[in-house]
Structure formats: structure tokens, C-alpha cells
Design a protein around this ligand. Structure first.
Ligand code: PLP
Length: 409
């Protein structure tokens, strides 16, 4: 019989009762070090006092009023995002897919309003992941996810990731935008080389095409800068954000330059929940922490520390690991074809370390941004034990997620 909760996920048989910082506990007292952060989302870790207080206080005042009225919390959050990014204006929504859906609409609207409705095609990259709505599925372009859902939404073209020749060939009179994740997250923690991002920006300028960045996973400090595009020294025309922006509270955003945003006038786009007082109170609390002096520098430092540790682990396990890739606190271990990432993920969970699988046989580490070097050391120790349990041919010594007994609570 079908479970009451629709079975759209293959869930691990683990349920967490509470969390604190980078740690999660099951009801039976097992403790796990969370290097997945709810898929790069719990940016401040679990039960961060500032975030908890902001949400509790706002919930006790007013949660939701609708966008029929002014929302001071949203106005404040938008102003702070404008101040700390390339953008001139922000639209709030509730998820990454919704932010991308709106971003796709925005680039089409820009060209239509500029007298070129024929320019509606967004060029995307193989290996991308942009979400599960019909348009973002078409932007993702993965046959596996599209199958069975009817004809894909029109207006998307896919080219090999980071291939500039293919990009220049693909741009034509129908092109509205180039849409790219600075680091492909679900696709395998694959960074676009910074120089390629610069060349994409230049090609967009040359052909009058918009650059649309999907920073749903890479944004909000994950790479050690507030936005990953900063590493390349470029600016997009429009960008999506979600995941870490609410620290676990559902919140997404489209950030845009005025030339794009000005066409999203009243009546062109909307959301009932988007930017409500509660979500924006969460967003503001997350920003308070991430923008505090020294916070992003520490993310960068601890990211390098994690990277170095993973490199050493990789060199000790050449039969399991091909290499390390990623940036900041979005890092992946690329495994050899003989070792399934799911097996190492299960073995790590059995040791008490939570990670997330990604495409191309990569095991992804996206811990809360508040982790310490000591927690990285702990994670590397658990991962080392997991590596020793996973034979190159595949099966973990320990099948089911186990966790640490809660000795050190
Ligand atoms: N874009 C990127 C880069 C993502 O990693 C994801 C989710 O993994 C999405 C979009 C979709 O976000 P959501 O699941 O919040 O709709």
C-alpha cells in the first residue's frame, strides 16, 4: 500500500528529533555530524539562537499578511540584498525552483519589452540542475527527470558545461539568456572555471544576451564570499537564490538589475507566500550572522581546511577517490567508478557523518557555514573509518545508517 507521505524520495531510515549547531540527534539518542545541512540549506546549522529568536518573535507578532500590503521585513531584507550584491531590486518567493522559474520569465519579459519577443530561448548547460517545475525541468534538461511529464517547455537549449565554442555557436537571434550555476551542485560539485564565467559574461555583452546565474546552492556565503560570482569579478544581470538564504526556513529570491526588474511590474508576477513577514524575519536573521565581521573569512578558512583534509584522505585512499572538487563549503569527493557514492554515503552515515550524494559519482560535503576546524577534524575521522569499510568493489561493511552513540553530548 502506498505510504500516506508520497514516496517521491528514497529516504534513509533516520528521523531527527533535534539539532544543535552542526549536530543532529535521533529520538533514540544517536548523534550525527551534519555535513549535508539539509542539502546546503541549514546555513547557520540547527537551532541557531539568533535565527530561532527572530522566527519565534515574528511568529508571535504576525506571520503572514500577503503582498497586498507593505511588508517592512521584506523591504529591509531586499534593501540589504541590494546593498550587498550587483542587484537593484529583489523579488521574494519560496524555493529555488520558483526563483528560477521567475528568473526565466524575467529574461523573456526583458526582450519582449525591448521589442524582441522572438528572443525567448535560455541556453543552459549539460549537468545542470535548476528545479522540478515544468520550466525548470526543461532548463535542467535531464531526460531522467523529464520522462513521463509530457513535452518539455519550449525555449531551452543545452550545451556542454563551460564550453565556450559551443556557447558562441548556440547564441542566435532567439537567445534571451545564458543560465548557469557557478558550481554545478546536484550535477557533481563541478565548478565552472572563473575564466569561463568571465568569458560567458563577455559573450553575453557582445550578443546582447542576459547572464542569469543560478546561485540557489552557491550563494549566501557557501563558497566563502556572499555570492559565488564575486570570485570571478563579474556581475550577472539576474540571479536566483534560495536554500541557505532562509537558513532552513523556505525562502527564495530573484535578484535583478533595474534594466530587467523594471519590467516585472504589478500584475506580471507574484506569489501568495513570497516574502512574508516570517520568511523575511528568518532571512534578515541569517544575513545578520553571515554579514557579521569575519564570518565569511572564517567560511573561506574552514573551507580550505576541509579541502586540505579531503585531499589528504584522497591520497590515502587512491583506490576509492579520484579527486576533490568544489569551493568553500561546497566540496565533493569524486569517487572511482568501482565505488558507488551511495555506498560511501551509507558507510559514512553508519559512522555518524551525514553527507549528500551528487551526480557523476561524487560525495558532497555542504556543512553548515558555522562549522569549526574541530568539527571538520571529527568529520574527517568518521569519513576515514567509512573509507576503510567500503571495499573498492562496492559494498559497505555496515548497511544501515547507524550514527554515534551519544557519549559526548
Ligand atoms: N537550483 C539549484 C542550483 C539547486 O541546487 C536546486 C536544488 O537542489 C534548485 C535550483 C531547486 O531548488 P528547490 O529544491 O528549492 O526548488
Amino acid at each position: 500500500m502506498i505510504p500516506a507521505l508520497m514516496p517521491t524520495y528514497n529516504r534513509a531510515d533516520l528521523a531527527f528529533e533535534r539539532g544543535e549547531g552542526a549536530w543532529l540527534w535521533t529520538a533514540d539518542g544517536r548523534r550525527f555530524l551534519d555535513f549535508g545541512a539539509g542539502i546546503a540549506t541549514a546555513s547557520l546549522g540547527h537551532a541557531h539562537p539568533h535565527l530561532v529568536q527572530a522566527i519565534a518573535e515574528q511568529a508571535a507578532r504576525v506571520m503572514h499578511t500577503s503582498n497586498l500590503y507593505r511588508i517592512p521585513q521584506a523591504e529591509k531584507l531586499a534593501a540589504r540584498l541590494v546593498e550587498t550584491s550587483f542587484a537593484d531590486s529583489v523579488f521574494f518567493c519560496n524555493s529555488g525552483a520558483e526563483a528560477n522559474e521567475g528568473m526565466i520569465k524575467a529574461v523573456r519579459k526583458y526582450h519582449a519589452e525591448n521589442g524582441h519577443p522572438e528572443r525567448f530561448v535560455t541556453i543552459c548547460f549539460e549537468g545542470a540542475f535548476h528545479g522540478r517545475t515544468l520550466a525548470t525541468l526543461a532548463a535542467t534538461g535531464n531526460e531522467k527527470y523529464l520522462a513521463g511529464f509530457g513535452p518539455p517547455v519550449q525555449g531551452f537549449k543545452h550545451i556542454p558545461f563551460g564550453n565556450m565554442n559551443a556557447l558562441r555557436d548556440a547564441i542566435d537571434g532567439s537567445t534571451a539568456a545564458v543560465m548557469i550555476e557557478p558550481i554545478q551542485g546536484e550535477g557533481g560539485v563541478r565548478p565552472a572555471p572563473l575564466d569561463v564565467l568571465r568569458q560567458i559574461r563577455a559573450a553575453c555583452d557582445e550578443f546582447g544576451v542576459l547572464l542569469a546565474l543560478d546561485e540557489v546552492q552557491t550563494g549566501m556565503g557557501r563558497t566563502g564570499k556572499l555570492w559565488a560570482y564575486e570570485w570571478a569579478g563579474i556581475e550577472p544581470d539576474v540571479m536566483s537564490s534560495a536554500k541557505g538564504i532562509g537558513g532552513g526556513f523556505p525562502l527564495g529570491a530573484i535578484l535583478a538589475k533595474e534594466k530587467v526588474a523594471k519590467y516585472l511590474k504589478a500584475g506580471t508576477h507574484g506569489s501568495t507566500f513570497g516574502g512574508n513577514p516570517l520568511a523575511c524575519a528568518a532571512g534578515n536573521a541569517v544575513l545578520d550572522v553571515i554579514l557579521a565581521p569575519g564570518f565569511l573569512e572564517q567560511v573561506e578558512r574552514v573551507g580550505r581546511y576541509l579541502w586540505d583534509g579531503l585531499q589528504k584522505l584522497a591520497s590515502r585512499h587512491p583506490k576509492l577517490v579520484e579527486g576533490v572538487q568544489g569551493m568553500g563549503l561546497l566540496v565533493g569527493l569524486k569517487l572511482r567508478p568501482e565505488v558507488a557514492n551511495g555506498d560511501l554515503q551509507n558507510a559514512a552515515a553508519a559512522e555518524g557523518l551525514l553527507t549528500v550524494a551528487a551526480g557523476m559519482n561524487v560525495l558532497r560535503f555542504a556543512p553548515p557555514l558555522i562549522i569549526t576546524e574541530a568539527e571538520v577534524d571529527a568529520a574527517l575521522g568518521l569519513l576515514e573509518r567509512a573509507c576503510l569499510c567500503v571495499a573498492p568493489q562496492g559494498t559497505p561493511a555496515n548497511g544501515l545508517p547507524g550514527g554515534e552513540k551519544a557519549a559526548a553530548q
